[in-house]
Design a binder for this molecule. Structure first.
Ligand code: MG
Length: 372
């Protein structure tokens, strides 16, 4: 039987690669819905190629070939076996909650969902018997390594170090948008690429891992690994370490997540050759240069509403940086300012999460007006 899937964010980087995977596995999947943003030209092309029943675009009137459905309608449709949430940023949270409430499994490529509301999302998933299968390469690696979660002592999350790994703090202060977007290993969307340049992305991933696998922050280690071959590892209680290795390609974790628990050849990675790779380096992150990493992990550790504030401030600041309005380090400074002014709530409700998110965004944008 074909697996019935919907993709939120089909025109984005992950969504496009997911469709490349599905194109190789046409006999395994039936696409129920595709949701894109404003790139309706590409979305219409995808609709023509993959013939979903439903589609969503912000440009509703330009959709051709599928019935329009809202994100909420797409995620309430129980025809779906799985929904790939591949949108970027906070817009992933609401549809993910809807899908979980409807008992639909999630392939999650949107880490902000867990950063903002990890406690609520994971609890709801458990209550509804929903699997949340990570697409993020590090979490996919951990998911592949774990056999019995109760025997896991520690998670080891690798970080490539991004474009500024071997640059000075002074270089980073002067960094242009192009330099921040020139990631040495991974081809990703713009927001996540900037997050990877500041290592904020790795901080968000630590929070994501904490929620997905229920491991304490004290037992999650970040290791810089410039070659991006070891995608992450786990240490068992007896000290055995299991790592997942592979050439850097997002096709593989996407394919793993949407075909899980099966494995198919699909888009096959080039055969792995240890002698060609020859060496693998590992080092401690430079915590002073990549302050965002520390800030993100600390806010995850404190929990409650703090990661919501941190995520909102970061996302707004990254947009402003991409528009050339602020400098790279202003992203971190804005996040710190917003965190210092935040009124903490220990167990925020979903409504509180959305209002904290909105308020923080408004305040962050006001902050930029003072900067320029
Ligand atoms: Mg990742």
């Amino acid at each position: 039987m074909k697996k019935r899937i919907s993709i939120l964010g089909s025109t984005g980087s992950i969504g496009r690669q997911a469709l490349e995977v599905i194109n190789k596995l046409r006999d395994k999947f039936e696409i129920i819905s595709l949701a894109g943003g404003d790139n309706v030209e590409l979305l219409n092309k995808q609709i023509k190629d993959f013939k979903p029943k439903f589609a969503y675009s912000t440009k509703k009137e330009s959709l051709i070939g599928a019935k329009y459905a809202t994100l909420d309608e797409i995620c309430s449709n129980k025809e779906n076996d799985i929904i790939l949430v591949a949108v970027s940023g906070k817009i992933g949270l609401k549809p993910t909650l809807t899908a979980i409430k409807n008992g639909i499994d999630i392939a999650l490529a949107n880490k902000e969902t867990l950063v903002m509301a990890g406690d609520i999302v994971m609890k709801l998933a458990k209550e509804n018997g929903v699997n949340i299968i990570p697409v993020d390469s590090e979490h996919c690696a951990i998911h592949q390594c774990i056999k019995n979660i109760t025997q896991v002592e520690k998670l080891i999350i690798t970080a490539s170090g991004g474009p500024f790994l071997n640059k000075s703090i002074e270089d980073m202060k002067k960094a242009t948008v192009e330099e921040a977007l020139a990631h040495p290993r991974w081809d990703m969307g713009r927001k996540i690429t900037v997050d990877s340049a500041t290592l904020m992305n790795k901080g968000l991933e630590v929070i994501e891992a904490h929620h997905l696998f229920g491991i304490d922050y004290d037992n999650i280690q970040v290791v810089v690994h410039p070659q991006s071959i070891v995608h992450s590892a786990i240490e068992y209680i007896d000290g055995s370490v299991i790592a997942q290795l592979g050439l850097p390609s997002m096709h593989i974790p996407i394919q793993y997540a949407i075909t899980y628990p099966e494995r198919f050849e699909g888009i096959k990675s080039k055969s792995f050759n240890f002698t060609e790779i020859a060496r693998l380096d590992f080092e401690e992150p430079d915590w002073d240069k990549f302050k965002a990493l520390k800030i993100a992990i600390n806010s995850g550790r404190i929990g409650g509403s703090l990661p919501v504030c941190m995520n909102a401030a970061n996302e707004e600041a990254v947009f402003a940086f991409l528009e050339g309005k602020i400098k790279l380090f202003d992203i971190i400074n804005s996040v710190e300012t917003m965190l210092s002014e935040h009124s903490f709530i220990k167990s925020p409700s979903i409504d509180e999460i959305f209002s904290i998110d909105e308020e923080t965004r408004i305040k962050t944008r006001e902050l930029f007006l003072k900067l320029v």
